[in-house]
Design a protein around this ligand. Structure first.
Ligand code: FAD
Ligand code: SF4
Length: 273
């Protein structure tokens, strides 16, 4: 396998982009990703942080301690992964991480791998999705993605500008992809509109270094509050209502109550902020 340094965002030539490598390297090792050429994109992806614009190459460690970053995003980064991973892991890489579904990670021939079955639905699904889970029941693992959706952030890529929510799609029979990123498209910057207050709350199996069972991000601007959840759907989930229409699986109904409790707490926190 060849490793090249990128010199331009428009000339990836079919190579697989790698930034911190905390996701790419384990996927290559597990045989879940194959690549003839890796291209180190660190020289061409902006990394600076300002009040409303964040370079997609900023690490989670840089974001968690920068006072210009909204409180919810700082907290989502602080609660993600381990200090070592946050030092290496970039914002864009976090948004593009693959599912943690153990069937997928063990390379079972499930729907997300192009097969015709979701093994989690009949099997082990304690950590899986409680909404939009009929085709693939994976729970989106990114604390950061849900937070950027709540903050109504916008991505600038090498080819377009789009709301963060539109980076994601629910997989279907005809198209198993979970993002709308095109081959060769690079995420370059994230624009975060100002808000009056924001908060991120996370329920996890351990106090540190665990993916969200449920993560709740909430952001208030004037009279309007946006709430988005991690770990409850195959994509970051913008909340519309109270989760009354959730469709939990037999082994994860506990997540509905957990999510509702965290949403109540997040609203209370915003009200007093
Ligand atoms: C053990 C472990 C625990 C973790 N826990 C959490 C957690 O609790 N919460 C959470 O939110 N995350 C968690 N993570 C995810 C972690 O934050 C990501 O692995 C990390 O942020 C990825 O960044 P990276 O730069 O290393 O990505 P890379 O591995 O370099 O890349 C990841 C993917 O993004 C693509 N890519 C990278 N940058 C760009 C770009 N600019 N444009 C287009 N494509 C790009 C790559 O091609 C690849 O597909 C965990 C990861 C691990 C391994
Ligand atoms: S939840 Fe999704 S990734 Fe997991 S087994 Fe089902 S189809 Fe595959």
């Amino acid at each position: 396998m060849e490793l090249r340094q990128a010199s331009s965002a428009t000339e990836l030539d079919g190579a697989t982009p790698v930034h911190g490598g905390t996701e790419v390297v384990p996927l290559l090792r597990a045989g879940l990703l194959s690549a003839d050429t890796l291209i180190d994109i660190r020289p061409i992806v902006p990394r600076g942080i300002s009040r409303e614009r964040i370079g997609a190459g900023a690490t989670l460690a840089e974001l968690e301690c920068d006072p210009q970053v909204p409180a919810a995003l700082r907290e989502a980064c602080r609660l993600a992964a381990s200090p070592q991973l946050r030092n290496m892991g970039s914002l864009a890489g976090n948004l593009l991480q693959a599912t943690r579904c153990w069937y997928w990670r063990l390379n079972w021939p499930c729907r997300l791998h192009g097969g015709d079955e979701c093994f989690a639905q009949e099997g082990e699904h304690r950590e899986h999705a409680i909404v939009a889970n009929d085709f693939c029941a994976s729970g989106h693992p990114s604390d950061v993605a849900a937070t950027l959706v709540a903050l109504d952030a916008v991505l600038h890529t090498s080819t377009r500008t789009l709301p963060v929510a539109e980076l994601y799609r629910l997989p279907t029979e005809d198209n198993r992809a979970t993002t709308t990123l095109e081959p060769g498209e690079l995420i370059l910057e994230v624009e975060v509109p100002p808000c009056d207050a924001s908060v991120y709350l996370k329920a996890m199996d351990r106090k540190r270094w665990a993916f969200p069972l449920v993560g709740v991000a909430a952001a208030r601007s004037g009279d309007s509050t946006r709430i988005a959840l991690a770990g409850v759907a195959p994509v970051p989930w913008l909340l519309d209502g109270e989760l009354d229409d959730a469709t939990p699986l037999p082994g994860n109904a506990y997540k509905v109550e957990l999510a509702q409790a965290l949403v109540r707490r997040a609203k209370t926190a915003l009200a007093s902020a």
